[in-house]
Design a protein around this ligand. Sequence first.
Ligand code: TNX
Length: 538
Amino acid sequence: MIKSTLLKSLVLLSVIVLFIQCQDKKMKEINFPPTDLSTENLIPKPLKIVPTHSAFGLDHTTAIFTSQSDKSFEEVGLFLAEKIKSKTNLRLAVNQTDAGKVNRMIYINQSDSDALGGREAYELYISKDSIILNSKTAEGAFRGVQTIRQLIPETSNDSLAELPLWPIPSGKISDKPNFEYRGSMLDVARHFFSVEDVKKYIDILAYYKINVLHLHLTDDQGWRIEINSWPKLTEVGGSTEVGGEAGGFYTQEDYKDIVSYAQQRYMMIVPEIDMPGHTNAASVSYPILNGNGKTPKLYEGTSVGFSTFDARKDTVYAFIDDVVREVSAITPGPYFHIGGDESHVTKKNDYKFFVNRVEKIVQKYGKQMIGWDEVATADIDSTSIAQFWASTENAKAAVEKGMKVILSPASKAYLDMQYDTLSKYGLHWAAYIPVDTAYIWTPEGYAGIPNENILGVEAPLWSETISNIDELEYLAFPRVIGYSELSWSTEENRNWDNFKVRLANQAPYMDRMDVKFYRSNLIDWKESKFTYKSIKKD
Ligand code: TNX
């Protein structure tokens, strides 16, 4: 086995050497007009770009090769080939030494170079003959592949060579993320979204190097994840949603399908089971859990803060143990989100007691606990994480406990806030968030939180007002693209005037992907050859 891998690598290496040597003889020189890699429409903006003003000509004689030492590099190569196929219709061979006429190559290389800082770092060397992508891990290579995808023009240049060719500006890119946690949250509880919808969202987010999708799986209006030991949660609790529509839920197989689709895009799923408040759907399914003294009924409205588990009942913790065990078993990522927000009818002491006990359950199943910022009021340890959404005081308490904080300040980062008073969907309790406001703020040191305590940025999309993928996309895009840059790029590399031009140039990609984004008039959107199907009015 080892021998054959070694042999394959040797064969591959010699082919590549031969290939580079033959380069000059084989190819007719292409006269590219001058390019400038540093002004390409890349989002998020890479750390460092050095242009060399020529180009790599992507065409049908290009082939992809990858390091053979780690199989996952080949998968990244196959992913790139598939995306190039859907954008250009070119079918590039991956690691095929007998691929016919090969003039140029994209080489995805596993490298241990010290110049590469960290797991997600990558370097791109783009020259006339080759694109070399270096990274320590396949995850880093995957991030670099998104940069390559963004550098491929939407349309070919048919006058430079006999057959269509997509010129990619030459130069060097060195890149790595500013924050390790770059997330988006989707509330599938207020309104349910199908596996297909979630996959489409994941695919677009991955293009912008977002690496976390937090799924808000349970709330007063619906329980969306099958729990084998408590089947009524989905049978009863999954049957409704806001506005009296049909509801729905993910079987564990559906959830695993989402997890694996995300995993192929190096995106982690963070599951959230919101408690002790936001638990009406659970309590209707199993009234023994209820702690608000009323008979629970299915709920299709949009109020918050009326439900609670009974924090002093052992059955409640036996139930939570089962739920955390089952969900953790199908979640490969390190985190488990316990909600913990707006538990307005849970007594303060009961709340603290509850969060502390649930933290222990989460840890028992090998996960690190995340909770909305209120959890910092309880006696929890420094390994747990607070998600700052509303209270600076709670964020400070988290920092004092040595906890990490995820930044989701509602007035800046909530995707469910309306753009302005004319927005068709969304709420405005925290703010109106036009596309510039969403981008123009500084996560570094936000609200006095020291940088070393900031794990990253997450943009939540609550779904009280949206019930289908078109409406989801209207609120998420283009703002979520800005959050990707806020969490990946350094402060020095972020600039609204520069960003808005690069954002304008995302229109052809989003149109091609059939994303019904909000065409904010703050942006001078680039025309694209794909027709824009405007969002349904009814
Ligand atoms: C507050 S943010 C909530 C959610 C709502 C959202 C609507 C948070 C932790 N709780 O329950 O859906 O506002 O914007």
